[in-house]
Design a binder for this molecule. Structure first.
Ligand SMILES: Cc1cc2nc3c(=O)[nH]c(=O)nc-3n(C[C@H](O)[C@H](O)[C@H](O)COP(=O)(O)OP(=O)(O)OC[C@H]3O[C@@H](n4cnc5c(N)ncnc54)[C@H](O)[C@@H]3O)c2cc1C
Length: 498
């Protein structure tokens, strides 16, 4: 049953309980604002929500986070939200495994592990790899300083940032490594960011990749639902409310000012501040009405492209996966070239399942046995797909599911004979559960042009703000929590650097 708000007036209403929305709710409630969070789904978390089937627990999207302990950015944000050491994060010792047609290898944690692994695979590039990683470390540190200071002038005074700020990550890697195969293999993790290194900025990729090696990667015991639920508990502890199974149907604007929201349960709730955590385009067109936005703003937003979507196969298996050479996340590619992969995947409408050029296999039960019945495992096979494949996704779901399972058998032999449970999610499933246009996995595409073109937290409507993957800083759990913290900074108009 839908939960209704207890009051008809709050200081802040947050539309959506993704981590960007819940972060905003907690940070603002801590400052004394009375907060209401409204969520359409029956569970909080957006893409961080998990679900249970036949005694198996599956994360709907999130696989790992970086920096959940010690000096990590996520840990800093959790501490600021009053959740410092309250969550049981499990450190993962291997960052990833990758299978190419001619070889496979595993990259352990630590920068040294990264350098040593790639130097072993490509010994003729050893010195270049060492120099590249050292430069990436510098870029990571400079970007971290930039994030913390929030002072654009810092950017202009930092030599490393100036050198790479207009460069793609592909060009950065290729300026050190000469063997084309090694250039591609070095970015084996690129699918994580939903855009190939030829389109992604050197600063973004270097920062994101190095954060795994400098801050470690973690899985949250029990699933990432526990992260969302911890934030919900914190909202309650601070006197706020979270209404699940309720939906904001309309955001009321008078003149140029936000006034409140209309809920699917019929209530009208007032607030001088409304924070939209969901999709910005849908908010403009469906919740507010495009007549309230200037032609300039609408044009700016219409120019931005969505990130690609994904197809996921959720498996419960009676297979001793711990006996195989699998990391928490294992990638399998039919070719090294990521541009060809990306182009084919954008054209699956024409190519069909034969165009699928790679998959990721996540096996969270290797670090958390509580997710499956004893002796069994969960495994999620994922690939990047466009929203539009020229037909209804439900008509081709089985075909995609079979293809992904079949491909995974190159790493998990006879997988199809060990399936105890299987269910798949397509871009339409993602859109249905999160309301993200086209099932976009990260909001706006995280490409070079859009790094500096992301919409700010402020909108043309006074009192209406954004928090999450459709605004600054970007997609991913840590970025959307940072986004919510940046919003607090803007609302309190003080420098509260992380
Ligand atoms: C397959 C996949 C794998 C991923 N893997 C990782 C990973 O390993 N690590 C990582 O850090 N990130 C990962 N991501 C990205 C990450 O999950 C997202 O970037 C992030 O969780 C987005 O958070 P958000 O708060 O911006 O929005 P969302 O999670 O999209 O939440 C928005 C919420 O708003 C609600 N909502 C929308 N409109 C309304 C309305 N009108 N009324 C009420 N509620 C509304 C939605 O129901 C939803 O719950 C992955 C994403 C996908 C899809």
């Amino acid at each position: 049953m839908a939960k209704r708000p207890k009051k008809d007036k709050y200081d802040v209403i947050v539309v959506g309980s993704g981590m960007g929305g819940l972060g905003a709710a907690v940070f603002l409630a801590q400052e004394g604002y009375s907060v209401l969070v409204v969520e359409r789904h029956n569970r909080a978390g957006g893409y961080a929500h998990s679900f249970r089937r036949k005694k198996y627990t599956f994360d709907s999207a999130v696989r790992i986070v970086a920096g959940a302990k010690e000096e990590g950015l996520l840990y800093e944000l959790l501490k600021k939200a009053g959740l410092g050491d309250k969550l049981d994060f499990q450190r993962i010792d291997e960052i990833f495994s990758v299978y190419y047609p001619d070889q496979n290898f595993t990259v352990p944690r630590t920068t040294q592990g990264l350098v040593e692994t790639y130097s072993r695979i490509f010994p003729h590039e050893k010195e270049n790899i060492r120099r590249l990683v050292s430069e990436m470390e510098k870029l990571y540190i400079a970007t971290m300083e930039l994030l913390q200071s929030r002072d654009p002038m810092k950017m202009l005074s930092n030599e490393t940032i100036m050198r790479y700020r207009t460069m793609t990550f592909h060009d950065m890697v290729a300026s050190f490594i000469k063997d084309p195969k090694a250039v591609y293999a070095f970015s084996a993790l690129w699918v994580y960011y939903g855009t190939p290194p030829t389109k992604g900025s050197a600063m973004f990729f270097a920062y994101a990749l190095m954060s795994y090696f400098k801050e470690d990667i973690y899985y949250l015991k029990g699933s990432f639902q526990n992260l969302a639920d911890a934030f919900v508990d914190r909202v309650h502890e601070l006197g706020g409310e979270v209404c699940l199974r309720n939906e904001v149907k309309r955001i009321e604007v008078e003149g140029k000012r936000v006034k409140g929201v209309h809920l699917s349960t019929g209530e009208y709730v007032e607030a001088p501040i409304v924070v939209c955590n969901g999709d910005l385009t849908k908010m403009m067109h469906e919740l507010v009405g495009e007549e309230f936005f200037s032609a300039r703003y609408k044009k700016r937003i219409a120019r931005l492209s969505y990130s690609i979507s994904a197809f996921e196969v959720f498996l419960g298996v009676d297979y001793p996966l711990e006996e195989l050479d699998l990391a928490h996340e294992t990638f399998l590619y039919t070719d090294y070239n990521y541009d060809e992969f990306f182009n084919k995947h954008q054209n699956l409408k024409e190519l069909g399942v034969d165009g699928i050029s790679g998959i990721g296999i996540t096996t969270p039960t290797l670090v958390d046995k509580t997710l499956a019945p004893e002796g069994k495992h969960t495994s999620v096979i994922t690939t990047l797909v466009p929203y539009d494949i020229g037909t209804d996704w439900k008509d081709v779901k089985d075909q995609y599911q079979d293809k992904l399972i079949n491909m995974a058998e190159a790493v998990i032999p006879n997988l199809s004979k060990h399936i105890d449970f299987v269910e798949s999610g397509s871009p339409t499933t993602m859109e249905r559960y999160t309301n993200n246009s086209n099932g976009a996995i990260y909001g706006w595409e995280q490409n070079m042009q859009q790094m500096t073109a992301r919409p700010q937290h402020e909108t043309p409507i006074e009192g209406l703000y954004l928090s999450g993957q459709w605004t600054d800083a970007g997609g991913g759990v840590v970025s959307v929590l940072l986004s919510s913290y940046k919003l607090l900074e803007k609302l309190t108009k003080t420098k509260v650097g992380v």
